[in-house]
Design a protein around this ligand. Structure first.
Ligand SMILES: [Zn+2]
Length: 381
């Protein structure tokens, strides 16, 4: 086993997670299909050299992202606010107005739309899995991976958000468009990834999903880009510490004075025990809800909700999951087979307890429950 960032073989196994759905973000049309969803294992490892966290059991050949892949978070006003603030921050810090933007792995183009409309910019979004219905007047979609082949596309800003964690060999990925980016040495390059320390230190363990073969700490993210010749201008936590963003220049001489210490080994050493106690605690909570005859639902059919159900609800005590995204409603959770319902429908179920997956959305969820006249206990997973 070697680290996927620095190639060191000084690796520690943090925990093994067996039999979890290969795709958290592909929901199924029936319970039967959902129960048969393909599964894989995670051997979660950390690198003692660069602190990178990765799944040593990841098999890239079983991943095939297609248009059923639904991971848009833009149905939440809290998330939209985050995206708008982030766009405004980038626009004003680097003066990205009336400029060209490339978005690598743009998904359905949600963020590209926001940053183009707020800064009057023109965008080109690359995503192999998305066939757009039509191009917007300011946005063009290319159904392909971004690579050196597209060197002639100019851009003052190159975005790549929530992509790198899906890539088994991040170095090869950066190499595939090295020339294209290095030829734009006055551009700003912006990457965003989930923050591994939110999982390891703050025990955000529901973020462990098969699709993510790489979990970056600030140090491993910094090391990766530094070793590929980028100048790191800034690196910060985003979205209540759940994400990391890194601002880069292809011009090495612009290097900022950024120091990113390696996280304390103690945090990795205590993880396995804390991970296991957290799973055990939640198994007991839902078993006692069931034995007291309480109707319990989970809020969010995103990756956190899917992981939670697959790790904790092994006895099938929970029947419904609520999600605000109309694209997810009436579909079924891979692995455990719960039906996904709208907040409206939740009224008919009249739950005693709602378990929420992400504390960031607590207020939004409380307001939705209140507006639907649902009185229930809220637990935070
Ligand atoms: Zn490493």
């Amino acid at each position: 086993m070697v680290c996927s960032v620095c190639h060191s073989d000084n690796i520690t196994v943090l925990t093994d997670i067996l039999d979890i759905p290969v795709f958290c973000n592909v929901l199924l049309k029936s319970r039967t299909e959902a129960l048969k969803a393909p599964k894989g294992d995670i051997k979660l490892c950390s690198c003692n050299n660069c602190s990178h966290v990765f799944n040593a059991s990841f098999k890239p050949e079983i991943m095939d992202y297609d248009q059923d892949y639904e991971n848009s978070l833009h149905f939440s006003s809290v998330f939209n606010k985050y995206a708008e603030n982030l766009a405004d921050y980038i626009i004003s810090k680097y003066n990205i107005r009336n400029k060209d933007i490339i978005d690598i792995g743009c998904g359905k183009g949600d963020f590209l739309n926001i940053i183009c409309s707020r800064g009057n910019n023109k965008g080109t979004g690359f995503d192999r899995s998305y066939v757009p219905k039509h191009d917007d007047k300011n946005i063009k979609f290319i159904q392909d991976f971004y690579s050196d082949k597209y060197s002639s596309y100019n851009a003052e800003l190159i975005l790549c958000r929530q992509v790198l964690e899906h890539i088994p060999k991040p170095g090869e990925f950066l190499n595939s468009f090295d020339e294209a980016i290095k030829s734009k040495d006055s551009s700003i390059v912006f990457f965003e990834v989930p923050n591994a320390m939110y999982t390891i230190e703050s025990l955000g363990i529901w973020d462990l999903i098969y699709e993510h073969c790489s979990y970056f700490t600030a140090h491993s993210l910094y090391s990766l880009f530094n070793s590929y010749g980028y100048a790191v201008l800034d690196l910060k936590k985003q979205f209540s510490g759940q994400y990391l963003s890194i601002e880069l220049s292809p011009d090495k001489s612009k290097s900022g004075n950024i120091s990113v210490p390696i996280p304390d080994k103690y945090l990795f050493n205590k993880f396995k025990k804390e991970y296991e106690s957290k799973i055990e605690y939640w198994k007991q909570v839902i078993a006692s809800q069931k034995s007291e005859g309480k109707k319990t639902v989970v809020w969010s059919a995103g990756s956190k909700g899917v992981t939670y159900l697959n790790l904790v609800d092994t006895e099938g005590y929970i029947n419904f999951v609520v999600d605000v995204s109309p694209q997810k409603q009436n579909l079924f959770v891979p692995g455990t087979g719960q039906q996904i319902i709208s907040p409206d429908k939740l009224k008919e179920i009249n739950p005693d307890t709602v378990i929420i997956m992400n504390p960031v959305y607590e207020l939004e969820i409380r307001n939705t429950l209140e507006n639907n006249g649902i009185l229930c206990k809220i637990l935070k997973a």
